[in-house]
Design a protein. Structure first.
Length: 279
């Protein structure tokens, strides 16, 4: 299913690139033509819909009986992408006035901030539409993973030492703001590097002790895969627990900033439409 989704996304992007090339090179319409005007109108209406329906569904008690939040959130995400795409095609990838430039940049900023908010949201919730997680849940996952690794790290002290050092660095508050930010941003990359190194150690260890335990080649490979899976699960738990608080603050800050940006988009788009029809 994931491969199918990735393939659909890839073909969609290729199709958009091809359509953009046609618009830029062949210029089949202008922003003021019937097609160009309607593209901008539909895109603007899409953005107006996501501006009104999703927040109202969250805050207006009477609308809370109109289904769950999931379809509203899905529509919010889809229209939040399609609307700006149609507006961009409406412009034919050219900006001819100051008010059009302001409206366009406002749209780009709001759309980009939406992707940032979506990413931060997923780090502190169970899935894209699930309930909010807690740091205690991530810490419990970490402890569970640690218990699953008990036999492995007991037999391989070097692995235990490497994991303990990684965990210490993940939760460390040493250094200045820049050092902490770099440490935060590099957690996943360092986890992948550590997991690959431990994979080699586990494979070497299993192939050494496997014959004495009566394990055939298939059994040895199974043990190596299981050990690697346990290591990665533990590292993911460490990352989630260590980064939870930061992503929670990022999402809260984003939530405060996103709405003023949306209002700026609405005002600039309204002025752009007014200016076009007046002049």
């Amino acid at each position: 299913m994931r491969l199918v989704s990735q393939a659909v996304l890839l073909f969609s992007l290729l199709g958009l690139c091809a359509a953009a090339w046609v618009v830029v090179i062949l210029k089949p319409y202008t922003p003021g033509s019937s097609l160009g005007y309607n593209l901008g109108l539909v895109g603007a209406l899409m953005m107006l819909v996501i501006l009104l329906t999703y927040p109202l569904r969250k805050r207006v008690r009477a609308m809370q009986r109109l289904g769950t939040m999931k379809p509203y959130f899905q529509a919010h995400m889809v229209l939040g992408i399609l609307g700006p795409v149609l507006v961009i095609f409406h412009t034919t990838f050219t900006i001819s006035s100051v008010n059009a430039f302001v409206a366009f940049m406002s749209m780009v900023i709001v759309s980009s901030s939406g992707f940032i908010g979506r990413f931060a949201y997923r780090q502190i919730h169970h899935g894209l539409y699930g309930r909010k997680a807690t740091v205690e849940e991530f810490e419990e996952h970490m402890r569970t993973s640690e218990r699953g690794l008990a036999a492995l790290v007991k037999a391989m002290p070097a692995v235990e030492l490497a994991l303990s050092e990684y965990r210490r660095q993940a939760f460390s508050t040493d250094g200045g703001a820049l050092a902490r930010a770099l440490r935060f941003a590099s957690l996943r990359a360092r986890a992948r590097k550590l997991a690959r190194a431990i994979d080699v150690d586990i494979a070497r260890f299993v192939h050494e002790v496997g014959p004495t335990m009566g394990w055939d080649q298939s059994k040895q490979e199974q043990r190596v895969r299981r050990g690697g899976g346990l290591i990665r699960s533990y590292l993911r738990a460490i990352i989630a627990a260590a980064q939870f608080g930061t992503f929670e603050r990022i999402f809260s800050l984003w939530h405060v900033m996103h709405m003023p940006l949306v209002y700026l988009l609405v005002l600039s788009a309204a002025y752009h439409v007014l200016a076009v029809h007046m002049y």
